[in-house]
Design a protein around this ligand. Sequence first.
Ligand code: AMP
Length: 500
Amino acid sequence: MCGIVGMVSDSPVNQRLYDALLLLQHRGQDAAGIATLDGLTFHQHKAMGLVREVFRTRNMRNLLGNAGIAHTRYPTAGCSTSSDEAQPFYVNAPYGIMFAHNGNLTNASRLKQELYELDHRHINTSSDSEALLNVLADEISHLVVGTTLTAEKAFQAVRGVHKRIRGGYSCVALIAGKGLLAFRDPNGIRPLCYGSYTNERGFTEYMVASESVALTGTGFNFEDDVKPGEAIWIDLNGNIERCQCAENPKLTPCAFELVYFARPDSVLDGISVYGARLRLGEYLADTVAHEIELKDIDVVMPVPDSARPCAQQLASRLNLPYREGLIKNRYVGRTFIMPGQTVRKKSVRQKLNPMPVEFKDKNVLLVDDSIVRGTTMGEIVAMARSAGAKKVYVASSAPRVCFPNVYGIDMPTRSELLCGDGKGADEVARIIGADKVVYQTIDGLKGALSDMNPAISDFDCSCFDGRYVTGDIDDAYLSQLEEEKRLAKEADKRRKAEED
Ligand code: AMP
């Protein structure tokens, strides 16, 4: 998962790109980068680390120009410790293109082969984003022979890109001397939206971003979501054009963004993330009421932070007391972003501290957004028991995570997923040491999300139901993915060992 931003203005964009990246920091804490366009010169700074660590005053000063793109990275493909894979990526022809991508391509290995053998383009990282950039560059270069790049040509290039690539992708590309091109995959799996602001000089500035919070938090007015398959072209004078570039676009946004990943104060495809989490709590409450004797629950507790709205709404619907029994240390970071199982386990304890007074002699219902590997919940249940809980029930706002995510959420491989082999709730309860585990149903998940925007009839729920909307995922692909992840992990280990 990553966060992307693009901006066109009549004044320097560096500070606002930085501010927008900070607002998207939750989407990736591994690396960050900004590229700006100053005349025909690109300036760029990117490195491993959090946004505030990557950019120093001297780096910011060098990022001159009135148009730019930015990226915050969470490694979904490639190695997590390699700064070579930090974005934006650059190609020098045609024109010079800086590029940032959120998502994951499902036909990346074939593309890389094609790019090398047919288009004679070399991809030097294991990143699918570099392949995607080269496909875009290749499409544009064919269209501008003997002529120049216009909005129409840029849209034609995106049409070509959609035909060649598969997967989930939201992208921003800054083309030297020309403008900013943003586009979203034909299923709208990954989010992308844009906003405008007419400044005191009367110039309408534009920002494109992964989540609406990046726009509203930097003073832009939210305009619209980029539609699935759509491309937006903003020239360097601030003229904007939109065009549908896919043959059969169908909005199927990623359910996991709404359940867990996106910031609650964002609105994605017309769905308030916070509102969706409240609604999920209502549906989950109904399932809990079926499965657990309500008089046997003394208190409902969230696993902070993302499960809080769900837990609050669940407690209120079931008329049960709600308490905060686990206090989060905000300065540790998200556990899943730290690679490695041992680190992850330890960091759960560092991150969450139970208050015994809230647990002692009580039957607690812990509510979390999801159970993925089960490490987090296993540790929390053990903490609840040692803090004095009598019974520990667990409710998950998401259904059982049984399948890997191939569209840009870094889901573990099948063998690492707790329910990757189809385990049921009772077996999960036994493994994590809970008295009972209740999962949201898939219908409950879909119902809650489409209640928030009835115009959306389908969501990408592939990690829950194994139905991959791009239609190109089979066992062989998942095995290949596992092998790639294994190799990437080994490379990471080697690199770390060399550094030590
Ligand atoms: P675990 O079950 O130990 O993998 O941890 C699951 C917790 O990590 C959930 O409560 C989520 O808050 C968070 N999480 C969400 N998505 C992911 C993911 N893709 N990979 C790992 N952890 C995630």
